[in-house]
Design a protein around this ligand. Structure first.
Ligand code: NAP
Length: 397
């Protein structure tokens, strides 16, 4: 059975088909581990009442060897029909002129938000003195900014034309310059702002910070900030500007602030407990997400979701780490925690809670795969042993 949409809300059947892309390299190992953990959590939470039927879809290297394309039409069709998918990492084909699978899926399903929760779990290696203060969620706009790929190489016909046009408009660009375009729209900025604000209210977050470089890029990043404030106005007095907090009763209200991008990098290191939801344009989001991941154990444990209006793909943040392919040594945490996001997205929160708790208990007992074991100085578990350990900790709840 598939998810449907009624009155703009997801209707999730108790027996749910979820398509998954196993991924290349370490993909098969971490997908197997993740599915096992998720299935067990659902069994413990709901007995026989709820179940996921996993349907494998091919993409990446497997699809290239079978169908000559990394993203067969049938895969796109099935993900779109099901509205949701779990995706392992894919190796980017070198040469061959294939379009990025991630970018293509994002465009087709209009997954306009990249959502990255960054939360410290005790036991993870961290360079911070007080990593337990890190609990943020990044909302990165996913469709605009320099990622639209509008770029012209130096001396190309298009670059020369743009330089000529700019000269007519009174701007001098040095000849022999490469040109990149950075479009940021009101529509794109306001819809991600709304998603981030709605998330903040639904999850009882205290504040939301717009991260921008509007002091330099006034009509792109500066406009993003203005449009985010404009969106916030629609919520009336439920949102309070940080400059107006003094003396106000804050119960249930959300504080809105903004920070210039470079400052934001020191804020997350020096005052992490003052930041909660971070809302930013595409490029800032790319940078800040990985910087934050480094504070809580690295990309091996950071989850993510690409989310649109009633469509979502949840995926590991890291790549296919080919050197660990089929060795059963990779850390499945990023994909498993992405599956936890997926369970929360479909509101199967009980099973999400069980996995998170078991994950914390497994870390506490220092039963971890090699990427974490080498920092903690303990013996490493294989990928499947780690998954088994999480399952055992769930059963012992
Ligand atoms: P990567 O696959 O993320 O791996 C880089 C390094 O990070 C690994 O060598 C390993 O470090 C560590 N690592 C990442 N994930 C890990 C895990 N689950 N468990 C343990 N260690 C992990 O980055 P890459 O080598 O630059 O990229 C490989 C391929 O993946 C490329 O084709 C790239 O384009 C693609 N990629 C795909 C996606 C995606 O599908 N979303 C994202 C990023 C990259 P150590 O060597 O220090 O142990």
């Amino acid at each position: 059975m598939k998810i449907s949409v009624e009155n703009n809300s997801l209707v999730v059947p108790n027996v749910l088909d979820i398509p998954y892309i196993e991924g290349d390299g370490i993909g098969p190992d971490i997908s197997k581990a993740t599915k096992k953990v998720v299935d067990e959590a659902i069994k413990i939470s709901y007995g026989n009442e709820r179940k996921i039927n996993w349907t494998e879809l091919v993409a990446g290297e497997k699809a290239i060897s079978k169908f000559g394309t990394p993203l067969p039409e049938d895969t796109v069709k099935k993900i779109t029909e099901h509205r949701i998918a779990l995706k392992g990492p894919l190796t980017t084909p070198i040469g061959g002129g294939f379009r990025s699978v991630n970018v293509t899926l994002r465009q087709i399903m209009d997954l306009y938000a990249n959502v990255r929760p960054v939360k410290y779990y005790p036991g993870l290696p961290s360079p911070l003195k007080n990593p337990e203060k890190v609990d943020m969620v990044v909302f990165r706009e996913n469709t605009e900014d320099v990622y639209m790929g509008i770029e012209f190489p130096a001396d190309s016909k298009e670059a020369v034309q743009v330089i000529d046009l700019m000269s007519k408009l009174g701007y001098s660009i040095r000849s022999g310059s490469g040109i990149g375009i950075k479009p940021i729209s009101k529509f794109g900025s306001m819809r991600i702002s709304k998603m981030a604000i709605d998330y903040a209210f639904a999850n009882k977050r205290k504040n939301i910070t717009i991260m921008h470089k509007g002091n330099i890029m006034k009509y792109t990043e500066g406009a993003f900030k203005e449009w985010a404030y404009e969106t916030a106005k629609e919520y009336g007095d439920r949102i309070v500007n940080e400059t107006e907090v003094a003396g106000k009763k804050m119960d249930g209200k959300l504080v809105l602030k903004d920070r210039i991008a470079d400052n934001m990098f020191q804020q997350i290191l020096l005052r992490p407990d003052e930041y909660d939801v971070i809302l930013c344009p595409n490029l800032n989001g790319d940078y800040i997400s990985d910087a934050l991941a480094a504070q809580i154990g690295g990309i091996g444990v950071a989850p993510s979701g690409n989310i649109g209006d009633n469509y979502a793909i949840f995926e590991a943040v890291h790549g296919s780490a080919p050197k660990y392919a089929n060795l059963d040594v990779a850390d499945p945490s990023s994909l498993t925690l992405s599956a936890v996001m997926m369970l929360r997205y479909i509101k199967w929160n009980e099973s999400a809670d069980i996995i998170e708790k078991a994950f914390v208990d497994t870390l506490r007992d220092k039963q971890v795969p090699q990427d974490l074991a080498r920092h903690l100085g303990v013996k490493a578990l294989t990928t499947s042993e780690f998954a088994n350990s999480i399952v055992q900790h769930m059963a012992a709840k």
